[in-house]
Design a protein. Structure first.
Length: 123
């Protein structure tokens, strides 16, 4: 399977797959979403593919702590259709309106977010 190249999702994020040799994937990811903790960073991605099934993950240190993103999906009709999960170690909190914010470790229920993206190859 030839996954090598740049893939763009509906939000302008770019997944660049550099290698897909022996079912192993390496690449880079850069989000297009300013509100993402990943914004302004290019993160290394590693993963695996088998047939049309693809899984890839990466993470980095952010101003609020560590974050990790995983994409799992299928290559169908030239599109990489994925579900994603982001886990975030911490977030900003405050003890009330007008009080200074501080970084607080997230409880499990608040640490996870999930959705779906469709990536299309950039020609």
């Amino acid at each position: 399977m030839d996954l090598i190249g740049k893939w763009k999702n509906q939000y302008g994020s770019i997944l660049e797959i550099i290698s897909d040799v022996n079912n192993r994937i390496t690449g880079k990811f850069k989000t297009g979403l300013e509100e993402s903790g990943f914004y302004g960073k290019e993160i290394e991605m590693v993963g695996f593919h088998k047939g049309n099934c693809v899984g890839i993950a990466g993470g980095c240190r952010t101003a609020l702590g560590d974050m990790l993103v995983t994409y799992t999906g299928l290559l169908r009709n030239g599109k990489l259709q994925t579900l994603w999960y982001v886990v975030t170690d911490a977030s900003l909190s405050a003890d009330g309106e007008g009080k200074p914010a501080y970084i607080k470790e997230n409880n499990w229920w608040k640490a996870m977010s999930a959705s779906s993206d469709t990536f299309e190859r950039i020609k």
